[in-house]
Design a protein around this ligand. Structure first.
Ligand code: AHG
Ligand code: MN
Ligand code: MN
Length: 295
């Protein structure tokens, strides 16, 4: 089944929005071979950008503006929320146009992460109407959730997204993807990591959040990029990374946390809001809450 047919039960504007983002994903997929140079400029967070980040950002901005479906757009690569006057619908989008971009040069999987809101994007993730990501790996896959299950499609040779897995549920699993340096772990986090290791959890951390969470969604376990000594507020971003991927994992039967509460219940203090991130199975998230409550 093609993506368009699968979206048939949703309201037309939301269906069109997901399809438009899918089309932007196809352009990005095609752009990798021809756009490998490094621009050496910095994004608004002071991180070196690959040329592809900026290009992918512009592809999505142009396509979403032209769609007439989006009024508010927040991008990891932009300092402020963009407003598209005259849009016929009132959707708000958050985008990480290329997550894991430091891996482009070594040909590992990267992805586009999207959150979808009705109206403003500066509200808790719980209010999202949907989220999706496109993962560019050996295959290009599109995973979407509009509050009716989590579904995955693969881009085929004809340029169509074809259903690969419907109603994904996160299984039990014993892998963990721990970011940050062990020597900087906070006390509760260290106890939690030691407990996972004692249970036989194996490390799988690629440096691409979207790819690492995708693996956890399919194999179970947990991803974390915690707060740590010197950066207690964490590294990853609530709007662009934590909320959309967290929404999908929660809808697939998993859980999210900043170490104490669901990411989706956090009130953002701006587009640049960073947060400690735990995303995965309920039992692993319950366990970090237990260790943190003892601190
Ligand atoms: P981005 O490429 O959008 O800036 O995000 C990179 C993020 C995330 O994908 C990954 O989990 C994390 O940075 C890796 O950070 P470290 O290099 O500190 O491990
Ligand atoms: Mn990112
Ligand atoms: Mn990015």
């Amino acid at each position: 089944m093609k993506l368009q047919e699968h979206l048939a039960g949703h309201e037309p504007e939301l269906r069109d929005l997901v399809l438009k983002i899918g089309e932007s994903g196809k352009k990005i997929h095609r752009g990798f071979a021809s756009r490998q140079s490094v621009s050496n400029t910095q994004n608004v967070y002071g991180e070196t950008q690959m040329a592809l980040d900026k290009w992918a950002d512009q592809v999505l901005i142009d396509d979403l503006r032209a769609s007439g479906l989006v009024r508010h757009l927040a991008s990891e690569e932009q300092p402020d929320v963009l407003e598209f006057e005259g849009a016929k619908a009132d959707y708000g989008i958050t985008q990480d146009p290329l997550d894991g971009s430091s891996l482009i040069g070594v040909n590992l999987a990267v992805g586009t992460i999207i959150g979808i809101f009705k109206g403003s994007v500066l509200v808790p993730g719980r209010e999202m109407v949907g989220a999706m990501y496109i993962l560019y790996g050996p295959l290009t896959t599109l995973t979407y959730c509009l509050r009716k299950g989590v579904h995955e499609f693969v881009l085929d040779d004809n340029g169509d997204y074809v259903l690969q897995k419907e109603n994904i549920r996160i299984p039990d699993g014993k892998i963990f993807a721990p970011g940050a340096l062990r020597k900087n772990y906070l006390f509760g986090h260290m106890k939690w990591i030691e407990a996972l290791e004692a249970e036989g959890y194996k490390i799988r951390f690629s440096g691409s959040f979207v790819a690492d969470v995708h693996q956890i969604l399919h194999k179970g376990g947990v991803f974390t990029y915690p707060g740590y000594v010197g950066k207690e507020g964490g590294k990853l971003r609530l709007l662009f990374e934590g909320n959309p991927m967290g929404f999908i994992v929660e809808q697939a039967g998993g859980a999210t946390s900043d170490g104490r509460m669901s990411l989706l219940d956090i009130e953002p203090d701006g587009v640049a809001h960073r947060v400690p991130i735990y995303v995965g199975g309920k039992k692993e998230i319950d366990l970090i809450h237990k260790f943190n409550s003892e601190v």
